[in-house]
Design a protein around this ligand. Structure first.
Ligand code: ATP
Ligand code: MG
Length: 565
């Protein structure tokens, strides 16, 4: 492709609203443009990257026996009402009415449609197993669309669905997907971890997320380098070190004006790990008191799982009505509400709120001075020990690039997707669902592979493979050599971008670094002076000076190396 005839609108300046590096670079390199909050146009370079990623995904899905279909974006409300998600999902779902006032929604995911299709087309065990997949637009009214294409309200997803006769079949299909996803990310040049995750709105028997480590990620994962344990922060369990417990006698101590853990800790000169943080939450069965150690943070999803359902922090007036004290002075001693305490609080002696403004209780022993249900509630932190092997765990930020779910019969039962077994008995189909986000893969690749000057595309998903850059378009020798190389390299099967713009050299070099094509062939003054062109890998920076006729061989050598990396 000739740059002069392309739409590659590069920008010198970072867009004002962008924070994530990938967001800035994808805008500046002319890959995407934002139409409205969380709604993007893919320009030619961005489209080429998506196409490459989708091609890898298609190959790997076909390899495990996936059959590509296309399901609609527009869904009738009925199937979502049957699964219960019409009401279970809140504002994230786009809903609308047609001209006859029928309720419709825009597909956030397609479990319901798949279950509906199965009711129509699957009759007997002879029709199973099946793997259906699509690469299709999803619509979700995300609360905080941000970070460029990483979290948008309209996005492409490859979603696949497996249908099996039983749990064993599902386990096989799940494992095949796990392996296929690993191959997809390996081929796309991403670093990633596979972690246990919380199935969330999908429901079902278990799930894993594929997490690409990056400081721009919205999620945290806990990892153990020793035994390989890896889990998303909402599930990860670590064992925190115990503080040295003092020999306290129970007593009430005045803590005027001290409301927060740091304030109480400073006033009483007590390690925060010897305080208990008491937090009021409202679940389906009313108010509960959740306790975590003062130096730790409550993970709301963990608490929600223990309570089974949605939860919210109690309002200050609800707290006062129940405990007779303000939010910062409540504690577990003598209260009537159910208490759920983090497992590490089973032992020790602590300072807790006294349920009286301006006072705390010192010397409180869980189990003796109050009873509680113990569960893992805290957010795992760096320095805790691995629950499996005892080695220290690390915590990293990461981008969720894919998720896989064992749905079981969560959808087939309510939608009545059944098959007849060998004995002629109707049984629900066992389903799995598997989602991967091409745009997130692109953004994660940029997060993991860039430098101060721009993107460094992994070979397999680069918009072009070779960038031919004649420095001075007024120099006939340069332009003719560049044209010849463009033709030869294209002929040899490379995807080549020829920067035939009559621009200053500085502009062309800056743009080349910015858009990050893996191999660059510079045709400049060295051609006239020394009879050579310069071939370099974007990743490397070292030029190899070769006569133009040898350039294709040098490019091939680079390509071989880059496609292996
Ligand atoms: P998140 O927790 O980040 O909201 P999710 O759990 O909602 O993700 P899934 O429903 O499992 O995601 O979707 C499968 C994949 O689709 C994700 O792993 C991600 O790659 C992609 N994806 C999900 N939501 C978005 C979005 N708003 N914008 C772009 N890609 C998305
Ligand atoms: Mg989501």
């Amino acid at each position: 492709m000739r740059w002069s005839r392309s739409l590659i609108p590069t920008l010198r300046e970072d867009p004002a609203e962008a924070e994530a590096v990938s967001h800035k670079l994808m805008i500046r390199a002319g890959l995407v443009r934002q139409l409205a909050a969380g709604i993007y146009v893919y320009l030619p370079l961005g489209q080429r990257v998506l196409d490459k990623i989708n091609a890898v995904i298609r190959e790997e899905m076909n390899r495990i026996g996936g059959q590509e279909i296309t399901m609609p974006v527009l869904h009738p409300a009925e199937i979502w009402q049957q699964s219960g998600r019409w009401t279970a999902i809140g504002e994230e779902m786009f809903r609308l009415k047609d001209r006859n006032q029928r309720d419709l929604c825009l597909g956030m995911t397609h479990e319901e449609v798949v279950a509906w299709l199965a009711t129509k087309e699957i009759r007997s065990y002879r029709n199973l197993p099946q793997i259906w997949y699509q690469i299709q637009t999803k619509e979700r009214d995300e609360a905080r669309p941000r970070s460029g294409v990483m979290r948008t309200r309209e996005f492409l997803m490859k979603d696949s669905y497996t249908l099996d006769v039983d749990e064993v079949g599902l386990a096989k299909a799940y494992e095949a997907h796990r392996e296929a996803y690993c191959r997809i990310f390996d081929r796309c040049g991403l670093r990633y971890y596979v972690v246990e995750s919380d199935p969330g709105m999908m429901g079902g028997l278990g799930s894993h997320d594929f997490m690409a480590p990056s400081s721009a990620g919205e999620d945290e994962i806990a990892l153990c380098a020793t035994c390989g344990y890896a889990a998303s922060a909402e599930l990860a369990r670590g064992v925190p070190a115990s503080p040295a417990f003092p020999d306290w006698r129970p007593e009430e101590v005045p803590t005027p004006g001290a409301q927060t853990i740091p304030q109480v800790s400073a006033l009483l000169k007590v390690d925060p790990a010897l305080l208990i943080k008491s937090l009021g939450y409202v679940g389906a069965d009313g108010l509960v008191l959740a306790l975590v150690r003062g130096d730790q943070t409550l993970h709301e999803k963990k608490l929600a799982r223990v309570l089974g359902g949605e939860i919210r922090p109690a309002h200050p007036d609800e707290i006062r009505a129940q405990f007779g004290a303000s939010v910062g002075s409540i504690g577990p001693v003598g209260v009537k509400v159910p208490i759920i305490a983090d497992a590490c609080l089973r032992e020790g002696v602590y300072v807790v709120g006294a349920n009286r403004d301006g006072f705390h209780l010192k010397g409180v022993r869980p189990g003796t001075d109050f009873t509680a249900r113990f569960a893992d509630l805290h957010v795992v932190q760096l320095g805790e020990r691995c629950r499996q092997c005892g080695a220290p765990v690390t915590v990293e930020r990461a981008i969720e690039v894919a998720g896989i779910f064992k749905l079981g019969t969560r959808y087939s039962v309510p939608l009545r997707a059944v098959f007849l077994d060998e004995t002629g008995q109707a049984r629900p189909i066992w389903m799995g669902s598997y989602g991967i986000g091409p745009a997130r893969i692109a953004a994660a690749a940029v997060e993991q592979s860039h430098d101060a000057d721009g993107i460094i595309w992994p070979w397999s998903i680069a918009p072009y493979q070779v960038h031919v850059l004649p420095v001075n378009m007024k120099d006939r020798a340069q332009t003719e050599t560049a044209e010849r190389l463009y033709a030869e390299l294209s002929e040899a099967g490379f995807e080549v971008l020829l920067d035939d713009r009559d621009e200053r050299p500085g502009v062309k070099f800056k743009d080349a670094d910015l858009i990050g094509i893996p191999i660059r062939v510079t045709v400049g003054t060295a051609l006239v002076k020394d009879g050579v062109v310069e071939v370099r890998a974007r990743r490397g920076r070292e030029d190899r000076r070769v006569p133009p006729r040898d350039a294709p061989v040098t490019v091939k050598e680079h390509a071989r190396e880059l496609s292996r990396a």
